[in-house]
Design a protein around this ligand. Structure first.
Ligand code: ACO
Length: 260
């Protein structure tokens, strides 16, 4: 993997833009003419954005330019011609896939809250990118679909775990094997969207959510996310212990701050 700052040429190849404004980083999928199709460069550059995120960033917004959030993997990768500047698709090993998954995994880090702002299609790797984020704010024209099985592959960009955590195994199986589209009403019902708003209001709804999150102390927000993320894998006893641990650390921190 390349070191150092991400160059303009690398952002361009990845179809990404990054804007950091104080505590908020906004990652834009910026290939609207291809409905923000994703390539190996996209996933690797996302991983490098995670690795090089400036200290002090507390919220990461992932959004897509144009009518769709993302049409998933660039289907040209499955052709003999491929995509200029990208590796050929197959045959590949697990380490190769691990490098791509790194692009999504960091969005679960406790020191940040990640928000997917989703309009239009979020297909395959695009759906998994939305699932990789902590929260999903969607426009009422959203169309989620897990198309991988239709291509003879499985969803392998870390999406199966959050999908199952959110909708349960039977519904996840049904969504993946039918590859059908989930529209806004159902997305809200299934818990795939925290908020559904008219398309024109998506930016404002995300801004409001970001402001609410930033109003919470950074250490409190991180402790809360750590706790809640750990909860499904913990017994009640383990989770109660984790609550005590986090609370004592926060109370000690408050006491230290208040002492002269
Ligand atoms: N890969 C490469 N190019 C794409 C992709 C893609 N995944 N999706 C769209 N494009 C291109 C189209 O080829 C078209 O290019 P052109 O203008 O040169 O003809 C352009 O983007 C616009 O696409 P349209 O189909 O015209 O846009 P529309 O808004 O009508 O439809 C939709 C959007 C529904 C996303 C459609 O393009 C589509 O079904 N794309 C393929 C989705 C897919 O199966 N992705 C793989 C998922 S599996 C995974 O991610 C692992």
């Amino acid at each position: 993997m390349a070191d150092g700052p991400i160059t303009d040429a690398e952002f361009q190849q990845a179809g990404l833009r990054l804007a950091v404004d104080g505590a908020v980083a906004t990652i834009t999928l910026a290939r609207p003419e291809r409905r923000n199709a994703l390539t190996f460069s996209t996933w690797r550059t996302l991983a490098r954005i995670g690795d090089t995120l400036p200290d002090g960033v507390r919220v990461v917004v992932v959004r897509g330019e144009g009518p769709a959030f993302s049409a998933g993997i660039d289907l040209r990768l499955f052709t003999a011609e491929g995509v200029p500047g990208e590796d050929a698709l197959a045959p590949r090993d697990e380490e190769f896939i691990r490098g791509l998954q790194a692009g999504y995994l960091w969005l679960r880090r406790p020191d940040i809250v990640s928000i997917a702002a989703v309009q239009g299609h979020a297909i395959g790797g695009g759906f998994q990118l939305a699932l990789a984020c902590d929260l999903r704010v969607v426009a009422d024209d959203v169309k989620f679909a897990m198309k991988e099985p239709a291509l003879g592959i499985v969803p392998d960009l870390t999406g199966t775990k959050p999908l199952v955590d959110i909708v349960g195994v039977p519904r996840a199986l049904e969504l993946c094997l039918t590859t059908r589209t989930v529209f806004a009403d159902e997305a809200a019902r299934l818990g795939l969207a925290e908020l559904v708003v008219p398309v024109a209001d998506l930016g404002k709804a995300v801004d409001d959510l970001v402001a609410a999150i930033l109003a919470v102390r950074p250490s409190t927000a991180a402790a809360t996310k750590r706790l809640l993320r750990a909860a499904p894998g913990n017994t009640l006893e383990e989770q109660s212990a984790a609550e005590r641990r986090e609370q004592v650390a926060l109370l000690n921190e408050h006491t230290r701050e208040q002492s002269p």
